[in-house]
Design a protein around this ligand. Structure first.
Ligand code: HEM
Ligand SMILES: N[C@@H](CC(=O)c1ccccc1NC=O)C(=O)O
Length: 284
């Protein structure tokens, strides 16, 4: 009998079923480990805590891939392989979209539901996400003070300490531009990369040259626009965070000790690539 008649798909005889001595889907992906890592702490267990845990764990997995891609993009730029770096950045932008879209799943958590298990979270907070901080450092939002919350987590502290002392993707792009004949002040090329990036007016003129003749500087021009996309996407994630927090806890203080939404909103004023925005005012 055909599948259409039985409404049941026949399992083909060649399909492999014996995994005693073979690698399987679950063993390759270490699913036993992955799927035993969701451990609610509310007592009695609250139905919605699993949503809360999985929302964070999936975010951390995407952040892991984002770190991987951004680190590679930065090193490719340093190696003058800008075209390949753009491929990495294209993937990062899709990851950012996933991260931003997934706020809608958590937004189904209502204030009374969250209030029933928030107390169990103690002082745990996303502020202590070392991967989020790693991504911010890679994009250039350096802040040595952020390392303090990782003093009791040596691996995270070391990772962030390393990234703090390394150039960001933007630092490497500016060095690339200098190697390729564009004017980049020595103060930028030799800057202390552990410090937050400072707006440099001379660079706006450099970007004016690129934006004034895209055909001639196509690769640099495309990279500038990709960077603006990265920042735009990052801000969209921050905005959705603020709005989700507002609808779930209003203006309560955060479990991490901050003022809450007001503190989060201040991040919306930060920019990774200030000259790429400043140049827009100068065009036309
Ligand atoms: C019910 C859901 C959530 C609430 C109420 C919430 C609330 C907050 C608050 C109030 C802060 C400020 C720090 C503090 O005092 O705690 C914060 C920071 C943060 N949260 Fe969330 N959050 C939620 C979900 C998430 C999720 C799903 C993620 C994804 C990983 C996340 C990532 C972060 C990050 C990275 C920070 C640091 C932001 C910064 O430094 O600007 N949060 N959150
Ligand atoms: N800061 C949140 C708590 C929170 O969202 C959270 C708690 C534990 C693990 C991750 C969290 N996510 C983001 O801040 C709050 O104040 O309710």
């Amino acid at each position: 009998m055909s599948d259409a008649t039985t409404h049941e798909r026949a399992i083909e005889s060649e399909i492999v079923t014996d995994f005693k001595d073979k690698m399987s889907y679950g063993s390759y992906l270490q699913l036993d480990r992955l799927l035993s890592a969701q451990v609610p702490i509310s007592d009695p267990e609250h139905h919605d805590e699993l949503l809360f845990i999985i929302q964070h764990q999936t975010s951390e997995l995407w952040l892991k891939l984002m770190r991987h891609e951004l680190l590679s993009a930065r090193d490719l730029i340093a190696n003058d392989e800008l075209q390949v770096a753009l491929k990495r950045i294209a993937r990062v932008k899709h990851i950012q979209r996933q991260l931003t879209e997934q706020w809608s799943v958590l937004a189904t958590l209502t204030p009374p539901e969250y209030a029933q298990f928030r107390g169990f979270l103690g002082n745990a907070s996303g502020f202590q996400s070392y991967q989020y901080r790693a991504v911010e450092f890679l994009l250039g939002n350096k802040n040595a003070g952020m390392l303090r919350v990782f003093e009791s987590h040596p691996e995270a502290h070391e990772l962030l300490e390393t990234l703090l002392h390394e150039p960001s993707v933007y630092d490497e792009f500016l060095r690339y531009l200098s190697r390729h004949g564009f004017d980049v002040p020595a103060s930028v090329l030799e800057r202390d990369v552990t410090q937050g990036y400072r707006f440099t007016p001379e660079l706006v003129d450099t970007f004016k040259v690129i934006y004034g003749n895209p055909e001639e500087h196509w690769l640099a021009y495309e990279t500038c626009e990709e960077f603006v996309d990265l920042e735009d996407n990052f801000q969209l994630w921050r905005f959705r965070h603020v709005k989700t927090v507002l609808r779930i806890i209003g203006t309560k203080r955060g479990t991490g000790g901050s003022s809450g939404v007001d503190f989060l909103k201040r991040a919306l004023d930060l920019t990774f690539f200030p000259e790429l925005y400043a140049v827009r005012t100068e065009i036309g």
